[in-house]
Design a protein around this ligand. Structure first.
Ligand code: AMP
Length: 131
């Protein structure tokens, strides 16, 4: 059964493999709820991904199924990573792509933290969905 338009959680996805230590990452933060590491293909001078430790396909999956403790822990971790990286001033952008129209590529929830320069418009490009 699809979960919010995505396939069910796949334990072989790349972020699951990073969580299991099977693939290396450039880690910046870890606690009981989250792991944060540098994006392999940075789109800004700072581009860090924050992922929950639990098996959640997307933001929709996480926000509907994760416990209050997991949700609070993950949200706090995102803020803590940004603070640790010294990004609160002059600011940063957080994005989480959810589903095919958003261009989500990895089916494990992740929040992008983008910073380090004046970021452009929120939405650039894209294609019209089929009718
Ligand atoms: P999204 O399109 O929102 O699913 O973003 C997936 C992100 O994961 C992209 O920005 C990729 O560059 C990044 N990515 C894919 N594989 C890795 C990896 N092994 N280590 C770090 N980042 C990765």
């Amino acid at each position: 059964m699809p979960v919010n338009g995505l396939a069910p959680y796949d334990d072989s996805n790349i972020f699951a493999r990073i969580l299991r230590g099977e693939i290396p990452c450039k880690k910046v933060f870890e606690n009981d709820f989250a792991l944060a590491f540098h994006d392999i293909n940075p789109q800004a001078p700072v581009h860090v991904l924050v992922i929950p430790k639990g098996r959640y396909v997307s933001f929709a999956d996480f926000s509907s199924k994760a416990s209050e403790t997991e949700q609070a822990g993950f949200l706090r971790a995102v803020g803590q990573v940004a603070r640790q990286l010294g990004l609160d001033e002059p600011g940063y952008r957080i994005i989480s792509n959810m589903g095919p129209h958003s261009h989500q590529e990895v089916p494990h929830l992740h929040v992008h933290i983008l910073a380090g320069k004046k970021l452009g418009a929120l939405i650039v490009g894209g294609t019209e969905p089929p009718p």
